[in-house]
Design a protein around this ligand. Structure first.
Ligand SMILES: *Cc1c(COP(=O)(O)O)cnc(C)c1O
Length: 376
């Protein structure tokens, strides 16, 4: 039987060599290699500052803290995301306020933001779902009118742009993930970007306990005294991880082109199947092509998840709605029916393999298998 994993990374021999060089060097934690990565990432996105972190969750958390958001505050976000998005709001001591998504794209619906705003609302966290950017122009307009901060959850969307706007361009900060299955990966890792020097300095301090000198400054050349100025966390990216990311970042566009070609083959093969609905890629944007999802009839979804795996195909579900996860129901009293479009997508969605080393032939096999199993 064939075996098509849900994800395979694209680490090259040169990436491994680069990590090896770090391992043979003196300095494994945050130092020159992280700075190099931050510089390159800033150049790629077109933002002044990148702060390398251990995860996107950390990036979201520190963004909220650095923007002064905490207990008593509300943050508007989508329930159709990984739980990290809403958890970060809780970590900051604030309260997530969910609004439902667009039927066509699964992205947070900008039209639902205004009715959800209260006196306590301080920020919006849009999530660029599966790699397609939210309507940032409209979100920015609303944020401006109500004096709200914007933190982008761009875990899926490093390569994305929309209406001439690059990811991160209209927000206070944007947050990225280099988790094991993301478009570029160091196993675990993350970054936050901003144009504000004040925010960048705050974020840099907050990622390392609130200390005003990082390890490289403290221990290379001569020991320097340091002070702790605020209570921070331990979220700093290490040189080992940065080394793994630098080569992938240099190849990011060619990796994207490969996924884009596979995406088109999927769409071509699936669009005519009666029982399958595909989310729409809007015009005027570059989709980061992170996750390829299909919507199938809810009654058949769990059978299909099982059947595809039985035939050697790795699958995932992105996502079952956050508001219906046990903790959120228990803590906030959410129930079925609160966000119907999110729930509908949550019951219908299956994510199929999508990564540069996946072959056309494998995509065709997946399409055929899905068709066969749907007709059973
Ligand atoms: C993966 C992911 C995160 C969390 O990223 P980590 O780096 O694992 O913390 C947050 N939001 C979304 C949408 C994600 O897919």
């Amino acid at each position: 039987m064939r075996k098509i994993e849900f994800f395979r990374h694209s680490i090259s021999k040169d990436d491994i060599k680069r990590v090896n060089n770090i391992l043979k060097s003196l300095f494994l934690t945050t130092g020159e290699e992280v700075e190099k990565f931050e510089q390159k990432f800033s150049n790629y996105i077109g933002k002044r500052y990148t702060i390398g972190l251990t995860s996107c969750t950390a990036a979201l958390h520190l963004s909220l803290i650095a923007l002064g958001i905490g207990p008593g505050d509300e943050v508007i976000t989508t329930p159709l995301s990984f739980c990290a998005t809403a958890n970060a709001i809780l970590h900051a001591g604030a309260r997530p306020v969910f609004v439902d998504v667009e039927e066509e794209t699964g992205n947070l619906n900008a039209e639902f933001i205004e009715p959800a705003i209260t006196e306590k609302t301080k920020a919006i966290i849009p999530v660029h779902l599966y790699g397609q950017m939210c309507d940032m122009k409209n979100i920015k307009k609303i944020a401006k009118q109500y004096n709200l901060k914007i933190i982008e959850d761009a875990a899926h969307a490093i390569e994305a742009s929309r209406d001439g706007i690059r990811v991160g361009q209209l927000s206070d900060t944007a947050c990225f993930s280099f988790y094991a299955t993301k478009n570029i990966t160091s196993g675990e890792g993350g970054a936050v970007i901003t144009d504000s020097v004040t925010l960048a300095e705050a974020l840099r301090m907050l990622r390392l306990h609130g200390i005003n000198k990082d390890a490289a400054e403290r221990y290379t050349k001569h020991y320097q005294h340091w002070d702790m100025l605020t209570l921070g966390w331990k979220y700093n990216m290490a040189n080992i991880h940065a080394a793994l990311l630098i080569g992938q970042l240099a190849r990011i566009e060619s990796l994207w082109r490969k996924r884009n070609r596979l995406w088109n083959i999927y769409e071509e093969g699936l669009k005519k199947i009666k029982d399958i609905r595909l989310l729409k890629t809007l015009p005027n944007l570059k989709h980061a092509r992170h996750l390829f999802t299909v919507l199938v009839p809810p009654k058949k979804r769990d059978f299909l998840l099982w059947a595809l795996q039985e035939r050697g195909i790795g699958v995932a579900v992105n996502y079952r709605p956050i508001h219906l996860l046990g903790y959120y129901q228990k803590t906030f009293g959410y129930k079925i029916g609160d966000f119907p479009i999110t729930e509908e997508i949550g019951e219908m969605t299956i994510s199929l393999p999508l990564y540069p080393s996946l072959t056309k032939d494998e995509v065709k096999y997946i399409v055929k298998t899905l068709k066969d199993e749907l007709n059973k």
